[in-house]
Ligand binder design. Sequence first.
Ligand code: PBG
Length: 324
Amino acid sequence: MQYPLLRLRRFRKNDTIRKAMRDISIRPENFIQPLFVHPGDEDQEIPTLPGVKRISIKNVKSYLERVKNAKIPSVLIFPIPHDKEKDKSASVCVDPNGSPAEIISKAAEVKDLNIMVDLCLCPYTDHGHCGLINEKKEEIENDSTLEILGKSAVTLAKAGADWVAPSGMMDGMVKYIRQYLDDENLIDTAIMSYSIKFASGFYGPFRDAAHSSPSFSDRKTYQMDYASEKQISLELEQDIQEGADAVMVKPSLMYLDVIQKIKGLCDLPIAAYQVSGEYAMIKAAHEKNLVNEREAFEEIMYALRRAGTDWIISYYALEYLEGL
Ligand code: PBG
């Protein structure tokens, strides 16, 4: 009766069998590299995100060439505007002459790279919320926000974005954006929706990097409650019906069950976003010699793939692949 035990032993010990049993892989095509780009002259360090910089528009092309050399097919760009461009209606994100459009058109000069752009209002509003605010009630106005998102999608697609990635969790955003794009005949521009985005405590370093912390209250009225499982399929269904081309789960490691669940519910590409807090935690643990960052990141990436992730959005992607 020892036979099955010894068989498993051989599976682990015998290199050929071990390789044959490896059915989960990570390839460069499984990554999307997120990056922050700003209109100033110099790259800027981000103290809360060691190893990540706000890249100057002047250096963005050479950075993107590095991404291409590592065979990562796509980037997700977060344009960071000048502080003076922020206002209460996020007007810079619909402006063809604003810095977000300028950043995207510069990036799009790099050929054979899939340019995705985050589509939200929070980096562009002076109050830092993802939507317009009804000033009396200090409430997010869903419908007027949709109009700006639609116009911003058109502006950024015309500037050269291949994909827009709405992250603001407004209801109906995918449908509105699709309509605006189609009306301008931008029928090849695809939409990756941040479909399952939780109100998470792990976005802190990002808000520091993007200067997008809300100046009052929090994002719980529009981001999802992690204490509800029922909402997951409802949010997913809505985005699919409205025309999303790819869906996303965010954050990643705490939500492997969610990734696995939606894998069973839809056949669209599934992205998982390893967010700033997840990244910074590992970097900090590495600094303190508690874990080896390379090993930790790799183990998590395999876990994400095993759960059903097609595209891993990770600040560590380029560093990981360049170090192989
Ligand atoms: C903007 C946006 C956020 C992130 C991606 N897009 C911040 C937020 O929702 O507060 C977070 C990404 C990260 O933490 O790395 N809506």
